[in-house]
Every structure is written in C-alpha cells, then in structure tokens.
Design a protein around this ligand. Structure first.
Ligand SMILES: Nc1ncnc2c1ncn2[C@@H]1O[C@H](COP(=O)(O)OP(=O)(O)OP(=O)(O)O)[C@@H](O)[C@H]1O
Ligand SMILES: [Mg+2]
Length: 271
C-alpha cells in the first residue's frame, strides 16, 4: 500500500467557519423488535478528530453508525453534521460497512464499486466520466488494490474487500468517514498502512468515526467511545483507556489475551 498523496483527497467542500461539531449525536435510542440496541447515546465529534468506537459483540456499534447515517429509524434523539441534517450533508459523509454485512449477488467489478463513491457528485442522470474513473484508480492505488480493478468484488478476500470499500470512501472525498471495523481481516502491514492513511485524512481536517475490535491499538485514536448499548465512557484516549472502563464496557468479559495486551500497553506507556 502506498503512502497517500494529496490529490486523491483534495477539493472537498470543508465548511470554513462553523463552530458546530462535525458530528453531534444527542440522546439517540434505537430499538429492534422491542429490544433496545442503543439507549440515549450522546456524544460530539470535533472536526479533524479520530474517534474509535469499542465494545463487545452486540453492543450496538454497527447500529450506531447506521443510526448516525439515517440508515435505521431512531426511536428518539437526533444527529447533526456540522449543525445540519444528514439530508443536507449526505455527500459529505462516507461509510464503509462491516464487510460481513455485504452480500454481493450482482456482478460488479472492483472499479465499479469504487466509482460508486462518485455517484453523489454526478446528479440524477450523470454517468461516471474520465475524471471519476481517474479518481477511482488513484483511490485504489492508495489502498494498494490497483492491480484488481477488473476483478469481481466477490472474488476478493475479506481483507481485500475491506480495502476496496475504503477506496470507495476516499473516492467520495467526504469530510466525515464512518468505518465499521476496517481492520477486520487485514494483515498487520495493511492495518499499519490504513492507520497512516487515516492520519493523513485527519491532518486534512477530515473527521473519522472508526469501529475497532483490536484493543491493542487504542492509543492510535485521539478519543474513544466505549459503548455497551449506553455510552460507558467517552473522551480523550489517554484519560479513559483504563482497565476499569474497559471492564465496565465488556461486562467483565475481558479475555486473558486482552488483559495481557493492556498490561503490555501500560508498561510501554511513558506516563
Ligand atoms: N436488523 C436487525 N434486526 C433485529 N436486531 C438487530 C438488527 N441489527 C442488529 N440487531 C441486534 O442489535 C444488537 C446490536 O447489533 P450491532 O450489529 O449494532 O452490534 P455490534 O456492536 O456491531 O456487534 P459486532 O461486534 O458483532 O459487529 C444485537 O443484539 C443485534 O442482534
Ligand atoms: Mg458490528
């Protein structure tokens, strides 16, 4: 995977001077068939911030991303982007779903999928043009997948699919990116490269909300949202990444491995 170059992620209409947070989630409640998935979730994400969402399986992490995007009905609460509704900001928000949630039963190539990131810019009858194609190819280069443009998306490994989705989000040149477990199934080198890419995006004042399962990389995030239906803790990583908060989030189900990782992190940490 290449170190990202600026051209693929420029020209985005980053609003110049509003004090509103990039994302504001207020008292969001979601219920599936009478079972609560999210209970009164409230948090803000500032522009240019990289926030990691962690919590056990079924904690509502994916539901939270869908709720933020307006892809699932809210039973209460509200979400604003830069102080505006999602309807007014849709093109400024990119989403990479959890790979396992996507079932590709129609024939699309890798390049088709990445070009989908441009559709919001094309208007009702627009067809992707040369510039869109070029942008898609550059985005694929950034994630190290340019050799696969013609391959059917189904014929990729899970980690490769994940990288293609990331390319689609980059191609959209969005100001806000919501990534659901982008490191699931990718190898260590790719994980490292994706983090570099993410850091470059935040340097450009893009805002990222990243669902993450790996407790070994918590320190890479500016802030954390610990979720288990409710917000257990939210704030700067250095303040809230404590074993106590993790235990409360995971309901005492931290595995031996997780504990070992934490202990190691604490030893390595200078403070
Ligand atoms: N469409 C749905 N209909 C009914 N229940 C659902 C639906 N989607 C999710 N749920 C339930 O809502 C809860 C939260 O699911 P969600 O997918 O948000 O969890 P998660 O934190 O992303 O988990 P994971 O770590 O496994 O990805 C779970 O109990 C799940 O079974
Ligand atoms: Mg999930």
């Amino acid at each position: 995977m290449k170190t990202p170059q600026a051209p693929a992620i420029t020209n985005s209409p980053v609003a110049a001077s509003t004090a509103a947070p990039a994302i504001s989630v207020q008292n969001v409640t979601v219920t599936y068939e009478n079972r609560p998935a999210l209970r009164s979730v409230t948090f803000d994400v500032q522009r240019g911030e990289l926030i990691g969402i962690i919590g056990p399986n079924g904690a509502g992490k994916s539901t939270l991303l869908k709720a933020v995007l307006g892809l699932t009905d809210l039973d209460g609460g509200a979400v604003r982007f830069f102080g505006e509704s999602i309807e007014r900001c849709r093109q400024r928000v990119a989403y990479v779903p959890q790979t396992s949630a996507v079932d590709w039963d129609f024939p699309v190539t890798v390049l088709d999928v990445v070009q989908m990131g441009r559709y919001g810019r094309l208007g009702w009858f627009g067809r992707p043009g040369r510039e869109d194609r070029q942008q898609a190819i550059e985005s694929l280069e950034l994630v190290g997948m340019s050799a696969y443009t013609k391959r059917h998306i189904r014929q990729l490994s899970g980690g490769q699919q994940q990288r293609v989705f990331l390319a689609r989000a980059l191609c959209q040149q969005a100001d806000i990116l919501l990534l659901d477990e982008p490191f699931a199934g990718v190898d260590a080198a790719t994980e490292h490269a994706i983090f570099e890419l993410i850091r470059k995006l935040t340097d450009e004042h893009r805002t990222l909300l990243v669902v993450n399962h790996d407790l070994g990389v918590l320190e890479k995030f500016d802030s954390l949202l610990m979720l288990n239906q409710r917000v257990i803790a939210c704030g700067p990583t250095r303040d809230i990444a404590t074993e106590e908060n993790l235990r409360r989030t995971y309901g005492g189900r931290l595995s031996l491995l997780d504990r070992a990782e934490l202990a190691l992190q604490n030893q390595e940490s200078p403070q």
